[in-house]
Design a protein around this ligand. Structure first.
Ligand SMILES: [Zn+2]
Length: 425
């Protein structure tokens, strides 16, 4: 497709006007200020539009769209134990497939083409991702409170099957990661065994880390004063490439260890606010040179997958946390929602609008009043724009959302979610 005479954010997230962008197959093949020969390609009129690389969601549990608005105004413990866990006990394979499809549709609507997801019923989720064309780094979330071996859990066989049948499918549309749900939800035995499996398979690990103060402090009490990061480092878990979700209550040597062990962070601002977990010290992580991306977390604790809203919160929260309105520039926040995500997902040719990269891109419509005037377009994008300004979402050169339509998703299946979501608890 040829995008004609359009404003872009280039690979450095700098604004360029009157550009031509050509995609051929799954790649971007031309970016420049003169019109290339594009015989045989569809043309897209760029008037009043902004083209940029698509967003990457670094932490989610996509099927939990089924629980949108289901448990509200509860403490984290009550929310989990009285609402979420009993609901999840009733989930079926059909529910998870439909909930995933709804979550993917919402992500595409808001310009997200790739997500790092942790859940179960992974094959049903993968069916939805494969149908839709959206990308995923999927991990089977594992919790284990008994003294069972990971090798005796169904999740071990599932992980082997996921790696064998799905890893790298469709030119890496599907990547399989592995997961330790958290320090507080596993025994040392399962942590060690899962970690060993990840090392053998050469796969990254996606882990919840220091999301709440109690999780962080209870870990220190259990393990001789070691924080979750110190504990995972001590067990050799950080020998694998690790994506640490939340990281709200890091302390002491955590930052230095994470930098040294090349841990990436998925910061989840809306979810951390809604569950009153706190505010991640993104500024300090960035000062240490740690790769920080943005995650929506699940719809059950957000309650949407609106990445532009998340980017704004990500920037604003740091200003409050540091008591300094100068920290986290709009460009740093956009980088976190794009390139930082691609780095963490192990997708080096994604996350930037660049010739040779995958054609993962979005178009935003600038016609609404809040886009005017333009003193600095990136400021308008981060602080004024709405997620619904996204009017086109493309992954690997294929349009997956355009002007209210989802060419790869059967909308009637989305309509079934309301009926499927009604559970008797
Ligand atoms: Zn999570």
């Amino acid at each position: 497709m040829l995008f004609e005479d359009i404003t872009i954010l280039d690979e450095n997230l700098d604004v360029k006007e009157h550009q031509y962008v050509l995609t051929e197959g799954e790649r971007i093949t031309y970016i420049g200020d003169t019109c290339p020969d594009a015989t045989g390609h569809k043309r897209y009129d760029g008037k009043n539009k902004l083209l940029m690389t698509a967003f990457i969601n670094l932490h989610s549990h996509t099927p939990m769209t089924l629980m949108r608005g289901y448990g509200e105004n509860l403490s984290l413990n009550d929310w989990l134990n009285k609402k979420i866990f009993p609901y999840e006990d009733k989930l079926t394979s059909e529910d998870v497939y439909h909930g995933t499809l709804l979550g993917i549709a919402e992500m595409l609507r808001f310009g997200i083409v790739s997500t790092s997801d942790m859940y179960y019923f992974c094959e049903d989720m993968l069916k939805a991702f494969l149908e839709s064309g959206a990308k995923v780094n999927l991990s089977r979330g594992i919790t284990c409170f008994s003294d069972a071996s990971y090798h005796d859990l169904p999740a071990y066989e599932e992980n082997k099957l996921l790696i064998r049948e799905y890893h790298g499918l469709n030119q890496d549309q599907i990547k399989i990661d592995m997961s330790i749900h958290g320090e507080y939800t596993n025994t040392e035995r399962t942590i060690l065994e899962i970690s060993e499996h990840a090392k053998e398979a050469g796969l990254p690990l996606h882990i919840h880390v220091s999301e709440t103060e109690s999780e962080h402090k209870e870990c220190m009490a259990r393990h001789n004063g070691m924080t979750p990061i110190e504990y995972f480092n001590h067990l050799g878990v950080l020998d694998s490439r690790v994506l640490a979700a939340h990281c709200v209550h890091l302390s002491g040597e955590d930052f230095a260890i994470m930098k040294e062990r090349n841990v990436s962070v998925a910061s989840c601002p809306a979810s951390n606010l809604k569950l009153a977990s706190g505010i991640c010290d993104v500024k300090k992580l960035m000062d240490y040179g740690i790769n920080v991306g943005i995650g929506t977390d699940s719809v059950a604790s957000n309650n949407s997958l609106n990445m532009i809203e998340e980017i704004k919160l990500f920037a604003l929260l740091q200003k409050v946390r540091q008591n300094n309105p100068a920290v986290i520039t709009p460009k740093e926040a956009l980088y976190a929602a794009t390139k930082a995500g691609a780095i963490a997902q192990g997708r080096p040719d994604c996350g930037a609008l660049k010739v040779g990269n995958r054609a993962d891109l979005i178009v935003l419509d600038k016609k609404e009043p809040y886009w005017t005037p333009v003193h600095n377009l990136i400021n308008n994008l981060v602080y004024s724009a709405s997620g619904t300004d996204v009017c086109l979402t493309m992954a690997d050169g294929k349009i997956l959302y355009q002007d209210g339509n989802f060419p790869t998703i059967d909308v009637e299946k989305l309509a079934r979610v309301q009926a499927l979501s009604q559970k008797e608890i």
